[in-house]
Write a protein that binds this ligand. Structure first.
Ligand SMILES: *Cc1c(COP(=O)(O)O)cnc(C)c1O
Length: 466
């Protein structure tokens, strides 16, 4: 597409060609190894933001997506895709806010088909890609790595998209059995689950390496849906606007976000750039707290991944953090330099300017397994609410980083039933487990177990492309 009036997307490392929305949604890493960002942040008029309190989730989503899509799809088509995507959600408000006490809320993001927030983006992206592919009569091979929830969301998002195959890598034995069953029990020819003998970061490096082989990627029509995919971030912006429109004195909100790859919380940062007024974003990490340390000391150093009860955020390298670093300094050669350092030496140090910019928007903390367990018990006995372990990480860290006059809104990123093995051990009551999850128990599973080896994975892919 060559129309100059459209919003362009450029790489954080400054060397890849600039592209438009209809291309960026199919991309993972840019050809220079960077991540795509729009060339500027579109602003939403305050009068429109004020009117969000009278709009449905779907209507708000339209206002958020429109400036990013920027003319490449008709308004009616965007609305149709949005309405169709969110029909499958089981709560009519899509992402309801649940008031726990005067100044504490949960933003519940788990009413999609796979019980975690990733459905909110993936249901839309499957349909969006399907729309473009059908128009051009093309096919796509979706390739993604998952720490547990992206994979199932992608599988459910693409299962019915005839123009796609979906290859999902997950770390063998390192995700919860229920997470795995959400993925492996789907009986569709276009869904291929690969269990890699390694951790999530290994899966992610395999994907990065395959995507960096430009010829392989082109000749096999590979498409990305990992959290570095721009469209996912875009979809997640909506619920910050939605929740703020449903909460009084929203300028005092501290959003506490259980953070892994930094996609969800980056969407919150972008909402602020687009004009939403709230106080702060809190990066909530578990014992894998490299980002928390980076914010507090400026030093970002890779450590070994520890397995915790919140596996979806057992991540060391949070890919989307690169987008924030770029936005804090707008200096692609600096980004390139520190990312090269990270790859070579396993570490980088943020400049003081970059750190002080980030701390205007973000706080951070980390939660131990013990704190998570205690919080799950406490909320169960005090409020009769069953938190999943990720949400509990958000609550623990949010409490540490908010003041009594703040309004703490924790993003409840998963339904507890998806982590029933952990949660039922803590509260000894399994009434929160839904019928859908109980049914997964006895279904047949399909997956290929593979070594942590790029060539082996490529061979599997080559053998299964239809
Ligand atoms: C993916 C995931 C997260 C982390 O989100 P990021 O965008 O990767 O930071 C948190 N909680 C749950 C349940 C998830 O599935």
């Amino acid at each position: 597409m060559t129309n100059n009036k459209f919003l362009k997307y450029k790489s954080t490392r400054g060397e890849a060609e600039e592209i438009f929305f209809s291309d960026v949604i199919f991309e993972g890493l840019a050809s220079d190894g960077g991540l795509y960002l729009p060339e500027y942040w579109p602003k939403i008029d305050q009068s429109i933001i004020d009117s969000f309190s009278n709009m449905s989730y779907q209507e708000i989503a339209f206002h958020i997506f429109k400036p990013f899509v920027d003319g490449s799809i008709s308004d009616n088509k965007i609305k149709e895709l949005i309405d169709d995507s969110y029909k499958v959600f089981t709560d009519k408000n899509i992402t309801p806010v649940n008031k726990i006490s005067n100044n504490e809320y949960l933003l519940e993001l788990f009413y999609g088909p796979t019980y975690a927030f990733k459905d909110i983006a993936m249901q839309f992206i499957g349909r969006l890609m399907g729309y473009y592919l059908d128009m051009d009569n093309k096919k796509i091979n979706i390739l993604g790595a998952t720490s547990g929830d992206t994979g199932s969301a992608a599988i459910y998002g693409f299962e019915s998209i005839q123009s796609s195959n979906v290859f999902i890598l997950h770390p063998h034995n390192l995700i919860s059995p229920t997470q795995r069953k959400f993925m492996t029990t789907i009986d569709s020819d276009n869904v291929i689950n690969i269990a890699v003998k390694g951790n999530f970061d290994d899966c992610q490096s395999i994907i990065k390496e395959i995507f960096s082989d430009y010829d392989y990627k082109k000749s096999n029509n590979l498409g990305a849906i990992n959290s570095i995919n721009w469209a996912r971030i875009m979809c997640q912006i909506t619920y910050y606007f939605y929740s703020a429109s449903r909460i009084e004195n929203s300028e005092n909100i501290v959003y506490s976000v259980p953070t892994g790859n930094f996609g969800d919380i980056l969407a919150g940062y972008i909402s602020k750039k687009m004009g939403l007024k709230f106080k702060k974003l809190n990066i909530a990490t578990n014992e894998n707290n490299i980002l928390d340390i980076a914010l507090k000391s400026g030093v970002h150093t890779i450590k070994d991944v520890v397995s915790t009860s919140s596996p979806s955020i057992d991540i060391q390298v949070s890919s989307n953090f690169e987008r924030l670093i770029y936005d804090s300094c707008k200096d692609s050669s600096y980004v390139k330099e520190i990312m090269t350092n990270l790859k070579k030496e396993g570490t980088f140090t943020l400049t003081d300017e970059c750190r002080s910019y980030i701390s205007k928007y973000f706080t951070s903390d980390s939660a131990s397994n013990n704190e998570v367990n205690q919080t799950i018990s406490e909320y169960y006995s005090k409020y009769n609410i069953t938190l999943d372990p990720h949400t509990a990480v958000g609550v623990v860290c949010g409490k540490k980083q908010s003041l009594s006059q703040d309004i703490l809104v924790t993003l409840s990123t998963a339904h507890p039933a998806k982590f029933k093995e952990t949660v039922s051990g803590i509260i000894s009551d399994d009434s929160f487990v839904t019928e859908k999850v109980r049914m997964l128990e006895n279904q047949e599973e399909r997956m290929i177990i593979a070594n942590n080896d790029v060539e082996e994975i490529k061979n599997i892919i080559n053998g299964r492309i239809r």
